[in-house]
Design a protein around this ligand. Structure first.
Ligand code: F6P
Ligand code: MN
Length: 321
């Protein structure tokens, strides 16, 4: 049994980055306690307000955001933070070396049905002489660390600092994250895919063709059957992909022409792409590697196709045709 703290030391992670990661883990375990209390913690239901993206904020969205904001602002190593629930980036400590972007509560429509939710973090280096939101405008390839904490039957943390992807499980007795997989490896091939099929008529022709061929199964051009899963929380779907492989996508669609993409680059797509690549998988928009995108805004959205290498590459072939 090796703790997160011991792993960070034994794998020679920069001690300041390690200290920041321990703060992120503490945020995760505090939110896990609230999630576990459900209605008893007073976290269910909606607030009266909307976030900058026009989505109604759930109580737990706001509680998790405030908890993380408070703890990161008190961390001397954090120069600034950007959150899904904050309109603008928030300055913390000018001398800090790190910029942290986060989705405090991913999959918030699952809160009230006692289903999977999680927290996603991305850590970028601060840039000398650049402050405010401009400092965050770096490709995901620059991330120093990425992690999510999934609040499921067990609370688990997937973490990468660029030396592979590791999985930890929260020990409720000691409130510490304990290593459960020191080298996550996504199987290259898969028979499982995840997409919100209710948007089918709004997808681009390439995605229409790809999914139609999966659904055609044994009798179709792929010559084998595929199974479908959709958790409605990216953190849950990505966890399944890291655990046993699969393809997860939230593709471009024309449902709302003003919003062709759903997932956010800085605190959803980028950290998940790093975790997936570090576990041997692939993460793309269909046309571009996620981690190479040069961001223009902290809340910008992108198409996401990620998971098992061979299957994602097959999907990308449809986009070339
Ligand atoms: O954060 C956005 C998100 O909640 C993801 O976690 C999830 O994959 C997706 O939206 C679900 O979207 P939809 O409600 O359209 O299925
Ligand atoms: Mn989210």
């Amino acid at each position: 049994m090796s703790s997160l703290h011991a792993q960070l030391q034994s794998r020679n992670v920069d001690p300041e980055l390690a200290s920041l990661i321990l703060t992120l883990a503490e945020c995760g375990s505090a939110i896990s306690t609230l999630v576990r209390g459900g209605a008893l913690s007073g976290i269910l239901g909606a607030t009266e307000s909307e976030n900058v993206q026009g989505e109604t904020q759930k109580k737990l969205d706001v509680i998790a955001n405030d908890l993380i904001k408070e703890r990161l602002s008190a961390q001397p190593l954090v120069q600034a933070l950007a959150s899904e629930e904050e309109d603008h980036s928030v300055d913390a400590n000018p001398a800090g070396r790190f910029l942290v972007s986060f989705d405090p509560l991913d999959g918030s429509s699952n809160i009230d049905i006692n289903s999977l939710v999680g927290t996603i973090f991305s850590v970028l280096p601060a840039q000398s002489g650049v402050s405010g939101e401009a400092a965050f405008m770096q490709p995901g390839r620059n991330q120093l660390a990425a992690c999510y904490i999934l609040y499921g039957p067990a609370t688990v943390m997937a973490l990468t600092t660029g030396q592979g992807t590791w999985m930890f499980t929260l020990d409720p007795q000691t409130d510490t994250f304990v290593l459960s997989d020191g080298q996550v490896q996504i199987p290259q091939q898969t028979g499982e895919f995840a997409i919100n099929a209710s948007n089918q008529r709004f997808w681009q022709p390439a995605m229409q063709r790809y999914i139609a061929d999966l659904i055609a199964g044994k009798e179709g051009p792929r010559g084998r059957n595929f199974n479908m899963r959709w958790i409605a929380a990216m953190v849950g779907d990505v966890h399944r992909v890291l655990s046993r492989g699969g393809l997860f996508t939230y593709p471009q669609d024309t449902k709302n022409p003003a919003k062709p993409y759903k997932l956010r680059l800085m605190y959803e797509a980028n950290p998940m792409a790093m975790l997936v690549e570090q576990a041997g998988g692939v993460a793309s928009t269909g046309y571009e590697t996620i981690l190479d995108i040069e961001p223009e805004q902290i809340h910008q959205r992108v198409a996401v196709i990620l998971g098992s290498k061979d299957e994602v590459e097959t999907c990308l072939d449809y986009h070339k045709a």
